[in-house]
Ligand binder design. Structure first.
Ligand SMILES: Nc1ncnc2c1ncn2[C@@H]1O[C@H](COP(=O)(O)OP(=O)(O)OP(=O)(O)O)[C@@H](O)[C@H]1O
Ligand SMILES: [Mg+2]
Length: 390
């Protein structure tokens, strides 16, 4: 343990004030002192009163910056950093508003467009005594666009996106994570922005196996308070792959619950078009087969595979046909018998591969391929079933 850890709490507070003061983070000093006033009010009322007096004598430089309604004076200070690890607690993204939109299901897209519209017309809402959506929680499997969508939203709203990595907060010294979290949240509250609490389940996950339950409870409390009090000038987002781990008390505090689904066949087609970019023409004849074979994969898995194809083609290390053949062969292993038959029929119909090759790729006998090809028109839209679904 380091020296700071050995000091008693007052010393730690003093050290923190000095650190902030020397770094000329005046606003942080003010926020921190305000917290000390609350903290010492019961244990040391005299000190609390003295500190309060100092605070009052020194008015903040510009009105009430926390609730400022006008956009987007960029914060002048660097985002806060955890003292121990020096990891930046907040990742900053400033994307241009014409950033490409993520591929979203229709429902989700409508919800998010409304959210953007609410902010553009917040005055109109205010006339009816309403505020725009202040907070949303994104749920969905890995690689379906939660973080990407947060970036897009911030870009559309023309404010920066700050991503708070809760794993970094948690891994910082226990006992200090509450402070770290508050520092990060205070920073984000100071100017209009989108703040994403990424992997918010990190807290819940740790709760089951951690020794310091008290500290985790404090973290949850901090987050609950923040979600409740988040100023309407900012948008607070949280993302998780594990909705089942989220504290119900936290859950119901979000204004919007946005569910990111695994892509269906039509989104996979759109994704292929987007990810193939200028190589779409080259791979065009394989689209039905790729859409079939990628069923059940996330957008980011699809993107990774497509990037691999494109690199191989660009370097001339493999032809598109070789790549697809090898890929489909691997994917066929994950399908049940009917899925493999459907794939074989699709290959027979859509490619010039010999039945021998198709049989080799799919493990379906040539007789069966002939039988099914003659019997039923293959249906590319049908979802392949995986072994695991049985
Ligand atoms: N809906 C989507 N539209 C377009 N591209 C996507 C989409 N979802 C994912 N991708 C691609 O996959 C990458 C990873 O997606 P992202 O980081 O948004 O996933 P995530 O849902 O936040 O996953 P995790 O839960 O692992 O954090 C993106 O940078 C993008 O290239
Ligand atoms: Mg993410």
């Amino acid at each position: 343990m380091n020296r700071l850890g050995e000091m008693n709490e007052t010393h730690t507070d003093l050290a923190q004030v000095i650190r902030l003061a020397l770094a000329e983070q005046t606003e942080d000093v003010r926020l921190f002192v305000a917290r000390l006033v609350r903290k010492y009010r019961t244990t040391d009322p005299e000190l609390a009163e003295q500190l309060d007096l100092y605070l009052r004598n020194k008015a903040p430089r510009s009105g009430a910056p926390l609730r400022r309604a006008t956009p987007p004076a960029l914060p002048t200070q660097a985002p806060p950093v955890d003292d121990e690890s020096r990891l930046s607690l907040l990742k900053v993204f400033k994307d241009s508003p014409d950033r490409e939109a993520p591929l979203l299901s229709r429902d989700l897209e409508e919800n998010l467009l409304q959210l953007i519209e609410e902010r553009r017309q917040s005055k109109r809402l205010a006339e009816s005594g309403l505020t725009p959506t202040r907070s949303a929680i994104f749920i969905g499997k890995p690689g379906v666009g939660k973080t990407l969508t947060a970036r897009w939203l911030a870009a559309k709203l023309e404010v920066p996106l700050y991503v708070l990595d809760l794993t970094a907060v948690m891994s910082s010294l226990l006992g200090r994570s509450g402070n770290n979290l508050r520092a990060a949240l205070d920073f984000a509250k100071r100017s209009p922005c989108v703040l994403l609490l990424d992997e918010i389940d990190a807290i819940a996950k740790r709760r089951s196996d951690d020794t310091d339950i008290g500290e985790l409870k404090r973290l949850v409390t901090v987050i609950l308070q923040e979600v409740d009090e988040w100023p309407a000038t900012g948008l607070l987002l949280a993302a998780t792959n594990h909705p089942e781990l989220i504290d119900p008390a936290l859950w119901r505090r979000f204004d919007l619950i946005a569910e990111f689904k695994m892509p269906d066949i039509s989104s996979i087609r759109a994704a292929l078009k987007q990810f193939l970019g200028p190589d779409f023409g080259l791979f065009g004849r394989w689209i039905d087969i790729l859409a079939f074979a990628f069923n059940g994969e996330s957008f980011s898995d699809i993107e990774r595979e497509i990037q691999r194809f494109r690199r191989a083609v660009a370097l001339g290390t493999a032809s598109d046909a070789d790549l697809i053949e090898e890929f489909v062969k691997t994917r066929a292993l994950a399908l049940d018998r009917q899925g493999r038959i459907d794939l074989a029929v699709l290959l027979a119909k859509q490619t010039r591969l010999s039945q021998h090759t198709i049989s080799d790729i799919t493990g379906v006998s040539r007789d069966t391929i002939r039988k099914y090809s003659a019997e039923q028109p293959p249906n590319a839209k049908k979802s392949p079933r995986r072994k695991s679904d049985q």
